[in-house]
Structure formats: structure tokens, C-alpha cells
Design a protein around this ligand. Structure first.
Ligand code: ATP
Ligand code: MN
Length: 457
């Protein structure tokens, strides 16, 4: 008999045929002469109901001892279910227990657990409805990203995880060294890679290399930041999607970002209906309306200077005071996108002084061609810019920032030989998953979160 996953079984109507299914038991309930077993195999949110009759030969010895968490294999007959809320059930011919789960110690009992509690058992939490649903939606979004860029004619580039160039500047990097290197040999300048190396904070500079050859590329992989901030939107290890396009200015960049976000939201609404309904009902009321609204609206655009004016005239007391030149804080971003516009908001033309050296300086000399996309509930989800393609201006920006030009000679070569206007952005993948699922804390949307003081398994 062929093994069938629950997601397939639930679609069938060939009542009377036999299938083999395996999964983990969620609940067992006994009534008179038989037991109901609810099992889940991870293929979908819904459980399959198994009817196990007392006439089964291991009924007393085994089936009546089955508890939440046990793994079982069932062979049985597909039948229409008389019960409300489900179309199909399986009448068991045999139920075999593969692995027991001691009910005295198994932590996932039927009641709802808090996400904080589940974080302490991150090796068991994917067995819950919400975290299982997040895993499937995350996987689908990952797939849809590759589909989108394939469709648009992009080439994926695997940028390095170990780098010797610190893209964003000081402070946030993790160092990489071999266990053979003692502090003394490091002091003497003996580094495994010949110089100080670290985990990447962004693949952008390397993506630029490939954009200058292949035209349109994207990098998508793990990114590391040693930021000591315990917020609901920061991780020490997260995934970043970084498209980079040659012959593309800031408008072209913003258009791609908007089209991509809309594509991804539509894809997930269409292909993860059951999971999305769960989030809509239990995690964020109105989530589906919010996403549909994003898909059907044009994103709002304002400049940084306009944003500052809006904030100043809001009459709002912010923790971080507003004045031209500050970096927008989460509270400012969220006020604008949640209360003023109630839509994704693209903020452009930030002061050059608060943005990295590679962003293109505008004609006014004080701002750069940057764009951040802010969304309700989260704040910044995308940060991007048109890159500085003019050699002289780039060099003077690097000098101002105190960057060693020799270290970046390869990057400057891109401006010496066939330089072109180009742009790109970075999307925090977990922030996207948060936006799509409504999960309040970023620790719930990555399988194994890493934050200061926390990396259990
Ligand atoms: P923020 O101001 O929110 O800390 P940032 O401006 O430092 O973000 P960028 O360097 O612009 O971030 O990175 C691009 C994108 O990567 C951000 O828009 C965000 O979605 C995501 N991102 C940045 N840092 C983190 C982090 N520590 N954890 C998860 N996602 C992050
Ligand atoms: Mn940013």
C-alpha cells in the first residue's frame, strides 16, 4: 500500500479505498467501543481523524496507551466523516506505534502554550499549529522569491558568508578565526585568511561585482550582525535578500521592490490558504485584509525631509526627538506607516551623513539616493539605494568615512572599468515573514533564532 500524506488524503473522495499514513498524535479520545486519534504529519495544518475500533488486536495493550506526541503508522479505509468540520476520516485496519512519548514529561499538551514558553523548547515547537504554519509559509515565501527572480531574468549569486570587507562600517561584525590561532599569533598579524575576517553583514558589495557582469543578480542567504539590541525585529543571524541591478536608477529599484512584495504576498495568499486563515483568525485579526490592501494599493512615497516635517507637525511626543539629520527610529517609522499612511511607505533621499559610503550623492550634495520601505507593524522591511557609480565622488565619500582605499581597490575597479548607474536593496526575510504571518516577535519566524545570550540548538 502506498504511503499518502495527510494533505493529499483530505482532498480525496474515493471512499472505501485503503491508504497508509504516518504522523504524530495530537490527541486521543475514547468513546465506548472505539478511540479517536487526531494525527498530524506536518504536510498541512489540519489533522486527520483516525477511528480505532476495540476489535483491533493491540487495542487494549497499545492503542489505549497512545498519548500526545507518539508517532504511529496507520493503514485504513478512507471514509466520509459524519462529524462537523471535517470531510474525511480514516477507519483503521491497523495502528502501529513507532515511538512512544511519555505523557508525564512531554511538554506539548493540548492547551495553548505561549510563544515565550515554546522558545524554551525550540526543538519541539515546530510540532505546534502556529509554528508549523510559520514553517510552511516561510518555505513557500523562499520558493516564491526564487520564482519571482527567475521570471524576471535574474541570476542568483552565492555571495560569501566569510568576508574581509565590512560593508556597513564599524561595530556589528562577528570575527572569524581558526581555533589554531592564539591571541598572540593574531596580534602578530597572522590571520587564517591573511587578514581579519568576519561573518558577512551584507552581500551587497559582492553582488555589485556580479551585477556589473550579469546585469541583474540577487543574493539570498544568512547574514550576521552582532547588534546588542534585544528587539522584536532584530536577530544576530538572519536571512537577507539582496537584488542588484545594473543600468537601473532609484525609481527602477523602488518599482522592483514594490512589484516583488506584491507578487510574494499574492503567492502566499493563494498557496498557503489554510495557514494564512489560522494567522488571520488567531495571530493578527484583519491580516488578510491588510495584505490584500497592500497588493491593490500603490505604495506611498515621501522624502526623508517630508517625513521629518510630518513628524514635527504631528504633535506627538517621541522618545527620540525629531530634527533634520537624525536617523529615523522604529517609533517614527511606525507612526508614519501605521497612523499617517496606513500602507507601505517608501521614504527616499536620506541625509548622506547617516547613510553608508556607497549610496549615490544627489545634486543637492547633502542627501543620497536611498530608499527604505516601511510597513505597518514592523517599520523598515527593505533598505536600498542607487549606488555611487562616479569614481571621484565615491573615493571622496570613502575617505570621509575613513575607509582604507587599498582594501576596496577591487570595488573601485568596478568604477574604473565600464561603470554604470546601478541600484539594489536588502530585504530582511524574517521581517517579511513577520509581516505576512502577523507574528509579533521575529524569534518566532526563524527556526533557530540567535540573539544576545540565546542560541540553544
Ligand atoms: P534597522 O534600522 O531596522 O536595524 P538596518 O537599517 O540596520 O535595519 P539594513 O542594513 O538596511 O538594516 O539591512 C537591510 C534589511 O535587513 C533591513 O531593512 C531589515 O529588513 C533587515 N535587517 C537588518 N538588520 C536586521 C536584524 N538584525 N535582524 C533581522 N533583520 C534585519
Ligand atoms: Mn536600513
Amino acid at each position: 500500500m502506498t504511503k499518502v500524506r495527510i494533505i493529499e488524503i483530505l482532498k480525496r473522495d474515493d471512499f472505501g479505498s485503503n491508504v497508509l499514513v504516518n504522523g504524530w498524535v495530537r490527541t486521543r479520545r475514547d468513546t465506548g467501543s472505539f478511540s479517536f486519534l487526531e494525527i498530524n504529519d506536518g504536510s498541512c495544518l489540519a489533522n486527520l481523524q483516525i477511528i480505532a475500533d476495540e476489535k483491533l488486536d493491540n487495542y487494549e495493550q497499545e492503542i489505549k496507551k497512545i498519548s500526545a506526541g507518539c508517532s504511529i503508522v496507520v493503514s485504513g479505509e478512507i471514509q466520509a466523516s459524519p462529524a462537523k468540520g471535517q470531510a474525511i476520516e480514516l477507519v483503521a485496519r491497523s495502528v502501529k506505534v513507532i515511538g512512544w512519548a511519555d505523557p508525564e514529561t512531554y511538554p506539548l499538551q493540548k492547551k495553548r502554550h505561549s510563544f515565550e514558553f515554546l522558545r524554551n523548547i525550540s526543538h519541539l515547537r515546530p510540532r505546534t499549529n502556529a509554528l508549523g504554519a510559520v514553517s510552511r509559509v516561510r518555505s513557500r515565501l523562499n520558493f516564491a522569491i526564487h520564482q519571482f527572480f527567475e521570471k524576471e531574468g535574474f541570476v542568483q549569486v552565492h555571495t560569501p558568508i566569510i568576508t574581509t570587507s565590512d560593508c556597513e562600517g564599524a561595530g556589528e561584525m562577528f570575527q572569524v578565526q581558526s581555533t589554531q590561532q592564539t591571541a598572540a599569533t593574531q596580534e602578530a598579524g597572522e590571520h587564517f585568511f591573511g587578514k581579519q575576517a568576519g561573518l558577512t553583514v551584507s552581500g551587497q558589495l559582492q553582488a555589485e561585482v556580479y551585477a556589473q557582469a550579469l546585469g541583474q543578480v540577487y543574493a539570498f542567504g544568512p547574514t550576521f550582525r552582532a547588534e546588542n539590541s534585544n528587539t522584536s525585529r532584530h536577530l544576530a543571524e538572519f536571512w537577507m535578500l539582496e537584488p542588484e541591478m545594473a543600468f537601473c536608477d532609484l525609481d527602477c529599484n523602488m518599482l522592483l521592490a514594490e512589484q516583488m512584495l506584491k507578487y510574494l504576498l499574492s503567492d502566499v495568499i493563494e498557496n498557503c490558504q489554510e495557514d494564512m486563515n489560522l494567522f488571520n483568525a488567531f495571530i493578527e485579526k484583519g491580516l488578510l485584509d491588510k495584505l490584500e490592501n497592500v497588493i491593490s494599493s500603490r505604495f506611498e512615497h515621501i522624502t526623508y525631509t517630508e517625513a521629518i516635517e510630518r513628524l514635527l507637525s504631528s504633535g506627538r511626543k517621541f522618545e527620540f526627538p525629531i530634527k533634520w539629520g537624525i536617523d529615523l527610529q522604529s517609533e517614527h517609522e511606525r507612526y508614519l506607516t501605521e497612523e499617517v499612511f496606513k500602507l507601505p511607505l517608501v521614504v527616499t533621499d536620506y541625509p548622506a551623513a547617516i547613510k553608508p559610503f556607497y549610496m549615490r550623492v544627489s545634486d543637492d550634495g547633502t542627501t543620497v539616493a536611498a530608499m527604505d520601505i516601511l510597513v505597518p507593524g514592523i517599520g523598515e522591511i527593505i533598505g536600498g539605494s542607487q549606488r555611487e557609480e562616479r569614481y571621484d565622488i565615491l573615493v571622496s565619500r570613502m575617505e570621509q568615512a575613513g575607509i582604507d582605499l587599498e582594501e576596496y581597490d577591487w570595488y573601485l575597479d568596478l568604477r574604473r572599468y565600464g561603470s554604470v548607474p546601478h541600484s539594489g536593496f536588502g530585504l530582511g526575510f524574517e521581517r517579511l515573514v513577520q509581516f505576512v504571518t502577523g507574528m509579533a516577535n521575529i524569534r518566532e519566524v526563524i527556526p533557530f533564532p540567535r540573539t544576545p545570550g540565546y542560541a540553544p540548538c
